[in-house]
Design a protein around this ligand. Structure first.
Ligand code: NOJ
Length: 559
């Protein structure tokens, strides 16, 4: 049933072809790839402690092959006290024992590569754990050699914090440290002190960590909160946010003008990219939540920045045809020449797409993600339509929800264990999992959906296979055709191949006609799994909540 390494390699070779001249000659693996994000705590428990680990991930690699993705990105697996579940690193070159050992990592990387899968690690350079030896030294005395590896300031005249900078995880971003009477800056938890990226030694130390992993065969990094790296050199107060709503987290009361997206950040990213480029064909992705026009600068002035500044526009998009068409158009238009697009529907910080758009729209969302131009990233579990799981107060594990409770920012609900089969704990673990499983797991799991032709899992598989097989989909141009009522239509085109993607964002049947320009072709994939091969002759007609891909015949003229 599963394709072997040889088959994968052949598939991959076939997929590595782009559109126009420069692309077809030079396309990088990550341009035609589909990336899959794994939250390691929740993918597969290999040692029976209720928390996922590297051996578990290794056991489940065949799933990624069956699904058809090209690369896996692992949320952090480094040594950590887990105050923020690995986003608080205490050693950048060690695996946390909870996840396994360096040998386990090498075995995983080896096995992944043997299956033709790339492996991407999560680099967290903005801050460390307060248990990192660098910080332990830094806080020891004002004249410690590592003192300025972090951001230390005297308090204000009244003894309070140095300025009004706020932590994303609640309260002032400044923590007074008794040992020296100064404050240190932390954009997130006080257990996550920010590194001082103005310091060359800090930069060198992180770059060495990158080299350490690339030498071990890692194919790239997703860089955590990269737009946070540099803060204002003058420590100016952030301005008030005139649009602040009291039901939102308190840090939104000020605009992060002096704490994020500083001009100097681009010099740092350029350095990071140069380190990445010391190794062939490595990928640099950055986590950035910014409006589209500001996001684009992260490609670098001469495309010497990030290969892929994550595009999260779909995560906060209103789920309607016009809104989506506008957003896609704006993103496409804003891209710098040669900048490669990318799309994300969900991640470990945001509510799941199935819950945001509604279960009936999950297939349409999948079709959108996998037919847009650019590299898609799939969040684990979305391929089986996993939903946001309700978390009772006593089950809360997320430090953000603990600090800022009750306003819906908690992230546990999108981090619950992967649902594999109808078995105790859905096959995730032999022990009670660290977060509750979705009650729906006996029905909504990989094994059950594999057998159901019309399942979302099989839809994801077909979409990925189709994307791999058709240059129009993996490398072709994008053209918006219509956003009419609930219908969203666009065309992907590569040389003589044209694919029309038609998505019905509503639950009523919908139809669109092009008077004087009847479309001809055939339907290649419906989100419902049927209709394959049906001729297209004239109008495009969809059932409620249906998405369909049509191969257009050569003489179809689309106005
Ligand atoms: C962004 C990560 O995605 C999130 O999970 C984490 O809490 C913060 N960065 C802090 O590292």
């Amino acid at each position: 049933m599963l394709s072997g390494a040889k088959l994968r390699k052949r598939q991959r070779a076939g997929a590595r072809v782009g559109t126009r001249g420069w692309e077809s000659m030079n396309a990088h693996w990550w341009q035609t790839a589909v990336i899959y994000q794994i939250y390691p705590r929740s993918f597969q428990d290999g040692d029976g402690d209720g928390v996922g680990d590297l051996r578990g991930i290794m056991r489940r690699l065949p799933h990624l092959v069956e699904l058809g993705v090209d690369a896996l990105w692992l949320s952090p697996i480094f040594r950590s006290p887990m105050a923020d579940f690995g986003y608080d690193v205490a050693d950048y070159t060690a695996i946390d024992p909870l996840f396994g050992t360096l040998d386990d990592f090498d075995a995983l990387a080896h096995a992944a590569h043997a299956l033709g899968l790339k492996i991407i690690l999560d680099l967290v350079p903005n801050h460390t754990s307060d248990q990192h030896p660098w910080f332990i030294e830094s806080r020891a005395s004002r004249d410690n050699p590592k003192r300025d590896w972090y951001i230390w300031r005297d308090g204000a005249a009244d003894g309070g914090p140095p300025n009004n900078w706020q932590s994303d995880f609640g309260g002032s971003a400044w923590q007074r440290d008794d040992a020296t009477g100064q404050y240190y800056y932390h954009a997130f938890l006080s257990a996550q002190p920010d590194l001082n990226w103005r310091k060359a030694d800090v930069r060198a130390a992180i770059y060495d960590a990158m080299r350490f992993w690339m030498r071990r065969g890692v194919d790239g990094f997703r860089v955590d909160v990269i737009w946070h790296l540099i803060k204002d050199a003058e420590f100016r107060d952030n301005p008030p946010n005139p649009d602040f709503r009291p039901d939102r987290p308190s840090h939104e009361a000020v605009l992060p003008l002096y704490t994020t997206d500083r001009p100097e950040v681009h010099d740092i990213i350029k350095e990071m990219r140069a380190v990445t480029d010391e190794f062939p064909e490595r990928l640099l992705i950055g986590e950035i939540y910014l409006p589209i026009e500001r996001l684009m600068a992260y490609y670098g002035r001469d495309l010497d920045g990030l290969h892929l500044p994550f595009n999260f526009a779909l995560i906060s998009a209103p789920w309607n045809a016009r809104g989506l068409a506008t957003l896609i158009g704006e993103y496409e238009k804003a891209l710098p020449p040669g900048g490669w697009p990318n799309w994300v529907l969900g991640n470990h910080d945001r509510p799941r797409i199935t819950s945001r758009a509604g279960a009936d729209q999950a297939g349409v969302a999948a079709m959108l993600l996998l037919t847009l131009r650019g590299t898609p990233t799939i969040y684990y579990g979305d391929e089986i339509g996993m939903e946001q799981v309700p978390i009772a107060r006593e089950q809360v594990r997320d430090p953000l929800e603990r600090n800022v409770p009750g306003i819906g920012v908690g992230r546990d609900g999108c981090r619950t264990p992967m649902q594999w089969e109808e078995a105790p704990n859905a096959g995730f673990s032999i022990s009670d999992p660290w977060l509750p499983l979705d009650d729906a797991h006996p029905m909504r799991n990989v094994a059950v959906q594999r057998e159901d032709k019309a399942s979302i899992y099989n839809l994801y598989r077909r979409l990925i296979a189709l994307r791999r097989a058709h240059r129009a989909l993996n490398s072709g141009t994008y053209r918006s055709v219509a956003a009419d009522g609930d219908l969203l239509l666009f065309i992907r085109e590569y040389e003589h191949e044209r694919m029309l993607v038609a998505l019905n964002l509503g639950d009523e049947p919908a139809q669109v006609s092009f008077p004087g320009h009847p479309l001809t072709g055939r339907l290649v994939l419906s989100t419902f799994g049927d209709r394959t091969g049906e001729p297209l002759d004239g109008d495009v007609a969809l059932r409620g909540n249906e998405g369909a891909i049509f191969a257009l015949s050569g003489d179809s003229h689309v106005p």
